[in-house]
Ligand binder design. Sequence first.
Ligand code: DGT
Ligand code: MG
Ligand code: MG
Ligand code: MG
Ligand code: MG
Length: 283
Amino acid sequence: MANSKFEYVKDFEQPDALLPNTWIVVRIDGRGFHKLSDHYAFVKPNDRRALDLMNAAAVAVMKDLPDLCIAYGVSDEYSFVFHPTCQLFERRNAKLVTTIVSTFTAYYIHLWSTYFPSKPLQPPYLPSFDGRAVIYPSARILRDYMSWRQVDCHINNLYNTTFWTMVQQGDMSNTDAEQELKGTVSADKNEILFKRFGINYNNEEEIYKKGSVLYRQYELQQPSQEHEVGDEDESSISEPKQSRSQQDKLKKLRRKAQVVVDHVDIIRDEFWQRRPWILSGKP
Ligand code: DGT
Ligand code: MG
Ligand code: MG
Ligand code: MG
Ligand code: MG
């Protein structure tokens, strides 16, 4: 196309490529899900259908974007992780975030009726999500980020489980339950659940306690115990760049892999040691 005199406006666009050789985490979060969950009468504190729907939309995103190596979801949020070697969209921030947010939202709405067949979506209560990208310079810090989200899941779930049990089974008012829980630590909440309601928090469903972890499982790579991966297993900066054909081959393998939905501890080393391909990016 010939240059027009208007083309100079392109110079106003700002470059926004994310730093090379860093982990990229795109976290999305449901907008106003407090209201949305009320409107569609999500079960409190945990609605299994709502969580399964979040997971199904996230699996679709993982399948659509083979560059993603792991994702973690809890409540109305999901974190999607790109490997430091990722070159998708030249690592442009806005392009990565908007693609993930819109793809996730599209699938969430598309799959809604499968999980809530008797509750058609009604404007203005339509699901939408915000998103942001954050880069992390090492696998250790990436893991600390993931741990942060899972600890958050645990703390919120223990609180919400105790609070709603006191209200629903203990016939307390929201205000009284909130008042009593003020300043309590985990052990206090465990004790309230056990002594007053005979509930052992440990026996609650893993999906509520641990959130959801998505990763690729390859036919030839079953989880192994032997493989040792230190925390310092950074994708080495000195590693030669992958050629185009190498990248394409890896992409194909990733596309064919099964995306697993797991509800397991990702704070301790074991999860990562048994699945070394997640952090190594091979394949
Ligand atoms: P935001 O993110 O600033 O637009 O505002 P919200 O309202 O989305 O707040 P946020 O993201 O901090 O908290 C998530 C809300 O979603 C929280 O109010 C509870 C609701 N929610 C998420 N999962 C469930 C569920 O399984 N059951 C119920 N009843 N509510 C849920
Ligand atoms: Mg929020
Ligand atoms: Mg939200
Ligand atoms: Mg949230
Ligand atoms: Mg276009």
